[in-house]
Design a protein around this ligand. Sequence first.
Ligand SMILES: [Zn+2]
Length: 66
Amino acid sequence: MTAQTQHTLSAFELSLAEPAPEKVEVALKRGAACPLCASGTLDYNGVLELECPRCGFKSGSGGGCT
Ligand SMILES: [Zn+2]
């Protein structure tokens, strides 16, 4: 009775089980359409953040959430 049901996943198998997440982030750049309202145009504000003048979207580089 050999019960070898235990299966340890190798790193290779783990990499297969976990598909690489596709990059969904849109490359934000000056002059690009706002990803939020899609009608504004991103431009740099005073602190070198891309900002949408229409909806106020900001591409916070630091990602600081308050
Ligand atoms: Zn916007």
